[in-house]
Design a protein around this ligand. Structure first.
Ligand code: DX5
Ligand code: ZN
Length: 214
């Protein structure tokens, strides 16, 4: 079962509630929430206070992708705001295991993300503790960038690593996902597809989301 998680990074922030309703009606499985601190990535977005407000407008699963250094300092805020899952970058914390346990102790699902150039061995030891691994298929920070092709064999290697360990972990792919790249990542073993500009730029949102699963 493939899940589609549209990224509200590409939504019109002046109408965020409407923009979330739009993807909900169109069949989105999750809402992908891109949190950026201007330090881990060269851009700023929003934090837990915004998540708390949009929590009131939908029951959709909130998938919070923290592109911030030292994510441990914000985990409690995201739990209080109503996040369902928090994904932190392996490159952003010195104590990934502690950080993952903290997320789970707060009652949320936990995930670890890797930048395009970061090797899979960074997540190998933490696999039994996570619900999801997010492979970035662009350098994080901005929507609308081109898909990095080397992500495809990386997904296949991660899928084998997970299957060999007998684990049940989702593989999420984020960046440059459209009707063409979605096919490549699904075939390689991805199960959750993030799409920002493709979904929010489409004239027919429902058809766009469906095309990512087909
Ligand atoms: C990039 C973000 C992505 C972004 C994807 O740093 O993590 O979630 O919204 O945007 P598209 O789908 O336009 O590449
Ligand atoms: Zn993201």
């Amino acid at each position: 079962m493939i899940k589609v998680a549209p990224s509200i990074l590409s939504a019109d922030f002046a109408y965020l509630a409407d923009e979330i309703k739009k993807i909900e009606t169109a069949g989105a499985d999750w809402v992908h929430i891109d949190v950026m601190d201007g330090t881990f990535v060269p851009n700023l977005t929003f934090g837990a206070p915004v998540v708390k407000k949009i929590r009131k407008v939908t029951d959709l699963f909130f998938d919070c992708h923290l592109m911030v250094n030292n994510p441990e300092q914000y985990i409690e805020d995201f739990a209080d705001a109503g996040a369902d899952m928090v994904v932190v970058h392996a490159e952003a914390t010195k104590h990934l295991h502690r950080c993952v346990q903290y997320i789970k102790n707060k009652g949320m699902q936990a995930g670890v993300a890797l930048n395009p150039a970061s090797p899979l061995c960074l997540v190998e030891e933490i696999l039994p503790d996570v619900d999801i691994v997010l492979l970035m298929s662009v350098n994080p920070g901005f929507g609308g960038q081109s898909f990095i092709e080397t992500t495809v064999p990386k997904i296949a290697r991660l899928r084998k690593m997970i299957d060999d360990a007998g684990l049940n972990i989702e593989i999420q792919v984020d960046g440059g996902i459209n009707d063409k790249t979605s096919k490549l990542v699904r075939e390689a073993g991805a199960t959750v597809l993030v799409a920002g500009s493709y979904v929010y730029g489409a004239a027919d949102t429902k058809a766009a989301i469906a095309s990512l699963k087909a």
